[in-house]
Design a binder for this molecule. Structure first.
Ligand code: XMP
Length: 513
């Protein structure tokens, strides 16, 4: 049986995926469609409601995107958001004109008639707007149900045909009661049941992967991080041994990291995991290199090389899988054609080999991080993987400051393992964004027993953050810091001093290099 489907017709808004995500939050199945999709197709897909997304264009411009007119004859409810309202207005016989006052950012919505869309909400809401055009005359059958300072048609409704339009974005966090408005549309207006769950999402993705891949082979660069792990688990569930994972040991991993990955994926999940041991190659190329950007470039380039080589040695495959998430997709699109300045050249597993002909398989492309975690849990990945702290692609390479040697890496590995243990022990590991050690290439004088020492310094960095764009250092209880410091100094030969990093981002960054 086909699920009741909410169709989100995409007119190019940066929030389209957020609309779909909110619908999933309401446990309803939704699908994003190209705006040109025919009404016939939607009917075939058991669509019980249509949402017209926002978009950057103006309906007044010739050639701006339109839906199939017959969408309005399907007999299902329609909700137009932002650009979607202008479409409703124009296509159903109203009038749209350029507004003198463009409305961006917060606005105050006054609700005149609650009807089904605003049921249960207060009379006034803070909402998030971004639009230039406005309705000047309503189409027949519609009436105004809400307004803002700059727009007397901020909410319109034709309760008989169940057509609704709102100028603001109910899907974004900044809109008060936004989720309630969407939920009203889904449940009260479209009559959707709450029958969509992570388990169903997993099943659907598995079906899609099987359909796409057929009998072919898929390769995936496994880093052990959340995204590539969930992608691997999902694809493995779909096609089993047709999936081969490549794990690159770049010599810059944390203590026991390779063993843990092999143990979990190869032994527990019985995946075909190939380990490319390339530590020597990386360290040789990094020898004597001090500049952080050069280090990153070398690590990134060598990674792609090693990855390509191991793909070649594995033999042909049609697909290369990546754990790309929706936020990665948005980040790679520059807004207003103005690419963000490179602060640090980030590199991730799966840097696509350009000269190799693969089709990309990105089963997480429409999901947000928290959804990927929930999906990982659904697939049986352990908490340590699903809730793992982020770890940079260049690994300990950017945490041993200055030039990298095996000796320094070993010191850092031991110190970092102690910090990890203590964070787990004190129940803090999952509460912070990241906690890690940094090796500082300076030596200081100390005294141990009766002996003078002249050893290295380890910095401890523990930060909280929502999205890594900004971060603050965590006010960790002194007792925890004390234990960490004592243990590192006592147990790690070569370290006689531990310092705690109390810089926020900005102006600091999370990593030291
Ligand atoms: P910064 O140091 O820029 O780090 O404040 C922000 C977040 O990104 C992580 N990070 C990386 N992640 N590849 C990655 O996948 C990289 O090259 C990289 N460099 C930094 C960092 O750990 C933090 O979570």
């Amino acid at each position: 049986m086909k699920h009741q489907t909410i169709a989100v017709l995409d007119f190019g808004s940066q929030y389209t995926q957020v609309i779909a995500r909110r619908i999933r939050e309401c446990s309803v199945y939704s699908k994003i469609y190209n705006h040109k999709t025919t009404a016939k197709q939607l009917q075939k897909d058991n669509v019980v409601g249509v949402i017209l997304s926002g978009g950057p264009e103006s309906v007044l411009k010739k050639g701006s995107p339109r839906p199939d007119k017959k969408v309005f004859d399907l007999g299902v409810p329609v909700l137009g958001i932002c650009y979607g309202v202008q479409l409703l207005g124009q296509m159903l016989g109203g009038k749209v004109e350029k507004s003198d006052e463009r409305e961006y950012g917060h606005g105050k919505l006054k609700i005149k008639t609650k009807g089904s869309l605003f049921r249960g909400l207060p009379n006034s809401l803070r909402v998030w707007n971004s639009h230039g055009d406005r309705l000047a005359r309503l189409p027949e059958g519609f009436r105004v149900v809400a307004s803002t300072e700059n727009s007397s048609f901020a909410g319109i409704a034709d309760e008989k045909r169940k057509f609704y339009g709102i100028q603001f974005h109910p899907e974004v966090d900044h809109t008060e009661g936004g989720l309630n408005i969407l939920e009203n549309f889904l449940r009260k207006i479209c009559g959707c049941k709450a029958d969509w769950s992570m388990a169903e999402l997993a099943e659907e993705s598995i079906r899609n992967i099987r359909e796409t891949v057929g009998e072919d082979r898929v390769l995936l660069g496994l880093s052990g991080g959340v995204d590539s792990s969930v992608a691997a688990a999902l694809i493995h569930k779909a096609i089993g041994r047709q999936l081969t994972c490549v794990f690159v040991d770049n010599g810059l991993l944390r203590q026991n990291e390779r063993e843990l990955v092999v143990d979990l994926y190869k032994r527990h999940f019985q995946m075909d995991v190939r380990v490319a041991r390339a530590g020597g190659k990386f360290l040789k190329r990094l020898k004597g290199v001090k500049d952080p950007e050069r280090k990153r470039k070398i690590i990134g380039k060598t990674f792609v090389e090693v990855f390509q080589d191991s793909l070649k040695s594995i033999g042909g495959a049609k697909f290369l899988a990546q754990g790309t998430l929706y936020p990665d997709v948005i980040e790679s699109i520059s807004i207003d054609g103005n690419p963000a300045a490179t602060i640090k050249s980030h590199h991730n597993v799966g840097g696509l080999p350009k000269n190799m002909k693969f089709k990309l398989l990105e089963p997480l492309r429409q999901l947000f991080k928290d959804e990927v975690r929930a999906l990982g849990a659904e697939l049986g990945l352990p908490k340590e993987v699903v809730w793992r702290q982020p770890f940079p692609g260049p690994g300990l390479g950017v945490r041993v400051l200055g030039d990298i040697t095996s000796k320094k890496l070993n010191i850092l590995r031991k110190a970092d393992a102690i910090l990890h243990e203590e964070m787990m022990e004190s129940d803090l590991y999952y509460k912070v964004w990241q906690s890690f050690c940094v090796f500082l290439p300076v030596r200081t004088v100390g005294v141990m027993g009766d002996e003078r020492t002249y050893d290295y310094v380890v910095a401890v960095r523990i930060v909280e953050s929502k999205d890594a764009m900004t971060a603050d250092w965590v006010r960790v209880p002194f007792e925890v810091l004390q234990r960490v410091s004592n243990r590192i100094i006592n147990e790690v030969i070569g370290v006689n001093r531990v310092v705690y990093d109390i810089s926020s981002k900005p102006p600091g960054t999370i990593e030291w290099e």
